[in-house]
Design a protein around this ligand. Structure first.
Ligand SMILES: [Zn+2]
Length: 270
């Protein structure tokens, strides 16, 4: 793997290369025999459907490299990743919980939230955790953006988070995990690695912390990457963000099974 944070050369995946070949072949056949256009158009449409489907599947590697688990060197460790913050109410409570368990986590922060609450981002770093890039504005149409808009959205968060956290992010996670074929070349240019997850708790929608914990713990194994949220957190019947009780259960179970917690950047830098 390339040095962390350094731009790297983009090489298309077989799916992207195949789609490009279908486009070129469709154009050639249409030029040579215009009557074949329905076949050519059908091929182009099919390749677009395949690319779109790959982008709607957060854990797929069909559009480029994607961290769904930690590398083998991270044996006996798991990564807790926490999205959509910083949140001035929830994040400090999550930090206290992590301290109680002597656990480390990776916070995928939204740039504009970080600018609104820089002291929370500083606290994340000061307490030994990592801050990574979850885009500047977390737009719901992120996966529909073209290459220039993607680059400006991701680069803005690199600048924001780099300035506040004191170190530029090395990882990127797409809003809702949705992406398109333009994303990987942009990430390569910025020296970022795409990270998704092994399992998620759906804790922005589920107000039952024990159900969220069960989803995260079902099949828990070494090198898993778990996803919870300190921003957009669902609350339980008592109004408490479900991440607090769910994460407490998960960290207890991980410790019982002899699994340590590492940040994604610890797993890459070693
Ligand atoms: Zn998100």
């Amino acid at each position: 793997m390339n040095a962390p944070g350094r731009p790297r050369r983009w090489t298309p995946t077989p799916l992207i290369g195949g789609a490009a070949a279908v486009h070129a072949g469709a154009l050639a056949s249409w030029l040579a025999a215009p009557a074949t256009w329905p076949w050519a158009a059908g091929g182009v449409i099919a390749s677009h459907l395949a690319l779109t489907a790959a982008g709607l599947w957060p854990r797929s590697a069909l559009l480029g490299h994607n961290w769904t688990r930690l590398p083998e060197s991270a044996n006996a460790s798991i990564a807790i990743t926490i999205d959509d913050g910083p949140d001035p109410d929830v994040t400090p409570r999550v930090l206290d919980l992590l301290d109680t368990h002597r656990a480390r986590a990776t916070f995928f922060c939204i740039g504009e939230r970080a600018r609104a609450h820089p002291e929370v981002v500083e606290a994340i770093v000061a307490r030994g955790h990592a801050v990574e890039n979850h885009s500047e504005r977390h737009r719901h149409y992120f996966s529909l953006m073209g290459p220039r808009a993607l680059r400006s959205e991701i680069n803005a968060a690199q600048t924001t988070l780099g300035e506040i956290a004191g170190a530029k992010p090395l990882f990127f996670r797409a809003p809702a995990g949705l992406r398109n074929p333009f994303l990987e070349p942009v990430l390569c240019g910025l020296g970022l690695h795409l990270a998704s997850w092994t399992r998620r708790g759906f804790d922005t929608r589920t107000g039952d912390a024990s159900l969220v914990a069960r989803r995260l713990l079902d099949g828990l194994a070494s090198r898993d990457i778990l996803l919870v949220h300190d921003g957009h957190a669902a609350t339980d019947a008592h109004g408490a963000p479900v991440i607090l009780a769910a994460l407490d259960t998960v960290l207890r179970a991980a410790s019982d099974r002899g699994l340590a917690t590492v940040t994604l950047r610890e797993a890459i830098v070693g």
